[in-house]
Design a binder for this molecule. Structure first.
Ligand code: CTP
Length: 400
């Protein structure tokens, strides 16, 4: 959920600042890019060196960095951020945020930011309860800022009560949950297939194809980014999912892919069959390595089950089924035939005649044809961008 996100982490002068090191570590571990901005007071509680080492970025405190005379552009930082987290947020900083005061770089970034702002207060229980603090918090929430509620427990003063900054793990879980619930495909189960299948001839040989799996993996990643619960059935492929939430099932043959897909399709809202499944498989698999002799060798091959056709015949009301057609001639005619025959909601056509399209490439050029025969032609794009186009269409269909 946090993968690739640009996050400004604001740290204020509070004893809870020592926990910010763990917040940074967890954000980095989750794949986020973190820019720490500290108030001058915060540097009394934790060193910028600790935070720059953990965040892999120089920490910003002042408008100017004296070492290189560089101006730290608060407007740029505010625009760069996908969201801002202020943790710990001291009573003083909350008051400044609520009233638009701007006497340090962190406040300038806050006022420039157009993104969502989370704040995790940290203070003593009486400060927390004070009407002024509570009124500032209400004011910030009315601006759309998001409160990460403080915990109840032992405070730095030795007193017990509310005001402890939420634990770093709780902060990350809170933000992740909040992002997730706003994603368009949250709670939607989707099944994606990718890669080639290998059909064994004997223990060392197989019939395969040149599919790399790049397109299917990019689709699975994009669907996960949109919040879907993704199961990826992958044939032999060197690809790895960028989104850790993608549940991968490795298979080798068309028969194994079929067995993996059928049960998952029953509960899936959508299925995208991007795998290059073998249409034929050897009738028998030799138990021992086939030895050469002077004669030609014939291998009898038989049809595999067309997984997409089978799923099309089992498709229930409201389920969405998407197929691919890789063609070399009569592209649109063939794609439309497959769309109809396999009972699809739309088909993604790519032609080997298009420069930059097809197996192993990092780019693809597609045409989407839907079941009303509406055609959308896309330009040559990276497979990640193509995945975005396909998933946009799927999201539209799911959302109705
Ligand atoms: N497909 C499948 N099971 C198979 C073969 C293909 O599920 N045994 C799916 C592919 O994943 C793809 C679509 O069917 O989404 C189209 O595959 P393609 O090989 O292009 O078409 P075929 O229907 O197999 O027709 P042909 O090979 O004759 O072009």
């Amino acid at each position: 959920m946090l993968e690739g996100k640009n996050i400004v982490l604001g740290i204020c002068g509070s004893i809870a600042a020592y926990k910010s090191a763990l917040v940074v570590r967890l954000l980095i571990k989750a794949g986020a890019n973190v820019q720490v901005v500290m108030t001058p007071d915060a540097t009394n509680f934790i060193t910028p060196l600790t935070l720059s080492t953990l965040s892999k970025n120089p920490v910003l405190v002042d408008y100017f960095t004296p070492e290189n005379g560089e101006w730290n552009n608060h407007v740029e930082l505010g625009l760069w951020a996908d969201f801002m987290v202020i943790a710990p947020a001291s009573a003083n900083t909350l008051a400044k945020m609520a009233n638009g005061l701007c006497n340090n770089l962190l406040m300038a970034v806050y006022l420039s930011a157009k993104c969502e702002v989370y704040f995790a207060p940290a203070m003593d229980l009486d400060m927390w309860k004070h009407a002024a603090t509570q009124s500032n918090i209400s004011q910030l929430q009315s601006f759309g800022n998001i409160l990460i509620p403080p915990g109840n427990g032992e405070l730095a003063s030795g007193l017990h009560g509310e005001g402890r900054m939420a634990e770093p793990e709780e902060i990350i879980a809170f933000i992740t949950e909040n992002i997730k619930k706003k994603l368009p495909l949250v709670n939607q189960k989707v099944l994606v297939t990718a890669g080639p299948t290998y059909e064994a001839i004997d223990p060392v040989r197989f019939i395969g194809n040149h599919s790399s799996g790049k397109m299917g993996f990019a689709i699975a990643d994009e669907l996960a980014r949109l919040g879907a619960d993704v199961t990826l059935v992958a044939g032999p492929s060197a690809q790895v999912s960028k989104q850790s939430a993608v549940k991968r099932i490795d298979v080798t043959s068309a028969a194994e892919m079929l067995n993996a897909c059928v049960p998952h399709f029953k509960t899936a809202k959508a299925c995208i069959m991007s795998a290059a499944v073998a249409d034929y498989t050897p009738s028998t698999v030799a138990q021992q390595k086939i030895k050469k002799n002077d004669n030609n060798l014939s291998i009898e091959i038989k049809r595999t089950v067309d997984i997409l056709s089978l799923l099309g015949s089992q498709k229930k009301e409201g389920q969405i089924l998407v197929g691919f057609a890789l063609e070399t001639n009569d592209e649109e005619k063939n794609a439309i035939e497959k769309l109809k025959k396999k009972n699809l909601d739309f088909i993604v056509l790519n032609s080997l005649n298009d420069e930059g399209a097809g197996f192993k490439k990092d780019t693809n050029k597609i045409t989407i044809i839907d079941c009303n025969l509406q055609k959308t032609v896309y330009g040559l794009k990276s497979k990640e961008e193509v995945a975005r186009d396909i998933c946009y269409k799927i999201t539209e269909l799911i959302k109705g």
